[in-house]
Design a protein around this ligand. Structure first.
Ligand SMILES: NC(=O)c1ccc[n+]([C@@H]2O[C@H](COP(=O)([O-])OP(=O)(O)OC[C@H]3O[C@@H](n4cnc5c(N)ncnc54)[C@H](O)[C@@H]3O)[C@@H](O)[C@H]2O)c1
Length: 440
């Protein structure tokens, strides 16, 4: 099947790689000409394990092409997938300008019947707006071309995106008619072999399902962070509590890790956007507001622990940070909790020596102009001479560090474990002052 994907970011590229891998012919389109030029040369703009190899192989086999022309993308496509960004608007609602711009160009250029699939995360009612946008342009052109708009939210996790796409837990499709359902079933048949994973529903429910999933996960994290703050005050250890509740199968162990807050391009914006949608429909979603507020507060936790240890005297201190990306296995810095810490430290007059295996460059460009922020290729170099070390992202390479070396090479042996990955006993045995989240 010939499919075009509009937007060649995380979702567009992973979808393009995955769909071409199973034999579909894919054209990935983006308005960013430099991005397209690089992709044509095989230069992939994001770090995602397995993505580069898969893109190269499918390009080599002629099933994957890149273009910056919408007319080329529409030429011969049976299905057009919209995977452009939906960043937060000033009031927190989803900015639909990119999605609606795509709808407009479809209407301006479409020549043959088409199924338009909205994969971007969009508020309920957006697929209807996309259909209206296309219809308006067709009317202006005096044409009557059959098209349908379906919803197909994406559930990939950055860092494990390829396996999530190739072996999805579920494929959600929201359709208005049987024709779209049949086509989407055909499109996803190679991913639906083992057992039925495709859940077909109405468009609005499909749009809401994506927000429901992300807000449920964000709520779990904020609840654990809330509990960790209670644990800290009552002298309990949140890690014992976590194990204690995770053993209940109704609760489970996944996604109940306390830490320095969630970041990334999805949870923060999707929680806010759903809260805005609710409010626009006359409903105050108090729980969603609390989830966001708890997370915003939690992002300041590592800084507060540092302030407490140094009794407010952070001016002139050097603080090492291990891990900058919002989570391991990605170089995505969007809304990363590390940025909150770095900015607070610089504001307080401290300097930052950071290490991250993949996101250092991205972080350096975001923090351009801050002389007090420096990145190092080696984690121990970053820590050498520092007054404190803060673990912000739990990349595997940080799980079993040489604590003796850290003790010897740091100016002050102080460690803040923002993800609770180390054992307080093991670290403190070395004479290191150790602080974690919600642990004595
Ligand atoms: N990143 C994730 O983990 C993830 C997971 C699930 C869903 N989503 C959702 O998928 C959507 C895309 O997210 P992303 O992380 O891939 O975004 P991204 O920012 O990485 O990529 C978006 C791309 O769209 C391009 N673009 C913008 N306007 C365009 C236009 N008019 N025509 C063509 N290209 C255009 C941009 O240049 C950019 O390359 C968002 O709605 C997001 O919420 C993201």
């Amino acid at each position: 099947m010939r499919i075009s994907i509009i937007g060649s970011g995380y979702v567009g590229l992973v979808s393009g790689a995955g769909l071409s891998e199973v034999g579909h012919h894919i054209v990935c389109m983006d308005i960013d000409q430099a991005r397209i030029d690089n992709l044509r040369k095989g230069i992939v703009p994001i770090f995602e394990p397995g993505l580069e190899d898969m893109l190269h192989e499918n390009m080599r086999q002629g099933r994957l092409e890149f273009t910056s022309s919408m007319a080329d993308a529409l030429d011969g496509a049976r299905v057009l997938i919209i995977a452009v960004g939906t960043p937060p608007d000033e009031d927190g609602s989803a900015d639909l300008s990119h999605v609606l711009a795509v709808a407009r160009s479809i209407g301006e250029l479409i020549e043959k019947p088409l199924v338009v699939v909205v994969k971007s995360t969009v508020p309920v009612g957006t697929c209807e707006k996309v259909a209206e946008g296309i219809a308006r342009e067709l009317e202006r052109r005096g044409l009557d071309i059959n098209f349908t708009v379906a919803s197909n939210p994406e559930f990939l996790k950055e860092g494990a995106a390829i396996s999530d796409f190739m072996k999805p837990d579920r494929i959600i499709v929201g359709v208005e008619n049987e024709e779209a359902e049949v086509l989407l079933r055909e499109l996803y048949a190679p991913f639906n072999r083992n057992h039925e994973k495709l859940l077909c529903m109405d468009v609005r429910s499909s749009e809401l399902t994506k927000y429901a999933a992300n807000t449920m996960l964000a709520t779990k994290i904020s609840l654990m962070n809330e509990l960790s703050n209670v644990a800290e005050r009552v002298g309990a250890d949140i890690e014992h509590v976590r194990n204690g509740i995770g053993s209940d199968p109704r609760i489970g162990y996944s996604f109940i890790y306390p830490g320095a807050g969630y970041g990334g391009s999805c949870f923060p914006k999707d929680v806010r956007a759903l809260e805005r949608t609710a409010s626009q429909h006359g409903y105050q979603a108090e729980l969603l507001k609390a989830v966001e507020a708890v997370n915003n507060r939690q992002k300041h936790k590592p800084f507060e622990l540092l302030e407490r240890h140094f009794e407010g005297h952070l001016h002139g201190r050097q603080v090492a940070i291990w891990g900058l990306s919002f989570k391991p296995n990605t170089n995505d810095m969007r809304e990363a909790p590390s940025l909150v810490l770095i900015r607070a430290l610089i504001e307080a007059g401290a300097s930052v020596r950071a290490h991250d295996p993949e996101a250092a460059q991205e972080a350096a460009s975001l923090l351009q102009g801050h002389e007090d922020f420096e990145v190092f290729d080696d984690p121990y170099q970053a820590a050498a001479g520092a007054d404190a070390l803060v673990l912000m992202t739990e990349w595997k390479l940080y799980w079993a560090p040489d604590f003796d070396l850290l003790y010897e090479s740091m100016k002050n042996a102080v460690i803040i474990d923002g993800r609770n990955i180390w054992s307080p006993k093991i670290v403190r045995r070395r004479g290191i002052s150790y602080y974690a989240i919600g642990r004595p």
